[in-house]
Design a protein around this ligand. Sequence first.
Ligand SMILES: CC(C)(COP(=O)(O)OP(=O)(O)OC[C@H]1O[C@@H](n2cnc3c(N)ncnc32)[C@H](O)[C@@H]1OP(=O)(O)O)[C@@H](O)C(=O)NCCC(=O)NCCS
Length: 212
Amino acid sequence: MKLFKHYKNKEYKYIGEAKHSETLEDVVIYETRYENESAKLWVRPKNMFFDLVEKNGNQVSRFKEIQLELRETSIISESDIQHIGQIMVKAFGQWDPKWFYSTFSNHSKFYLLLAFIENTPVAFKLGYDLNKNEFYSWLGGVIPEYRGLGIAADLMKKQHEWCQMNGYSKVQTKTQNRFREMLLLNIRFGFDIIGYHMSNEGGPKIILEKYF
Ligand SMILES: CC(C)(COP(=O)(O)OP(=O)(O)OC[C@H]1O[C@@H](n2cnc3c(N)ncnc32)[C@H](O)[C@@H]1OP(=O)(O)O)[C@@H](O)C(=O)NCCC(=O)NCCS
């Protein structure tokens, strides 16, 4: 994830570095995360982007990287479930604890990743063990205001690394046509579509698998 906060407190998405075509100077391209009438995309010499400026008599970074704080656990607490609920409400527009527990209670071995930005829960990814070789990636989402920053990709990469480290040879997941971003993300991460089954949850469920 590449998210920076300007010393005047506004957030920017870091797009990447480029070279000025005339001077070959290194520049940074970045995007506003708020309405700005002048422009959405901005460019600034790299050394200025990473430079210090004076604020209230102190030297501070002109742009400070906002860190994604990742918490991972296999032992899921009530407070973790509350965080999942908060993210679900924003990411899916609904949270039904009964529905969650009807699956959650039938499994015992989990891997949960929760992502926070400045102490706010912004994303999660939760899966469980199907057997000693197969892991099922069950639920995940990123709240709308932090989408498009690579957070879901970070969580998926971390989940797959954990699966490999824990001896799983395959991860399975399911999604629906209406969750197109997730479908694309899964395919980008090497999942193959292996079939589908009908469901009463808003369309057929597409089954995807990835072997390590
Ligand atoms: C799906 C979801 C988790 C993606 O989160 P995100 O943090 O915005 O995704 P990322 O920024 O990490 O994107 C990673 C990749 O996913 C795909 N993707 C994500 N959003 C996309 C979009 N709006 N359009 C097309 N592709 C998209 C792209 O391949 C993207 O890679 P790229 O940026 O290099 O093109 C988020 O949109 C979400 O929470 N959606 C609602 C809940 C949901 O669908 N959950 C899954 C149910 S099965």
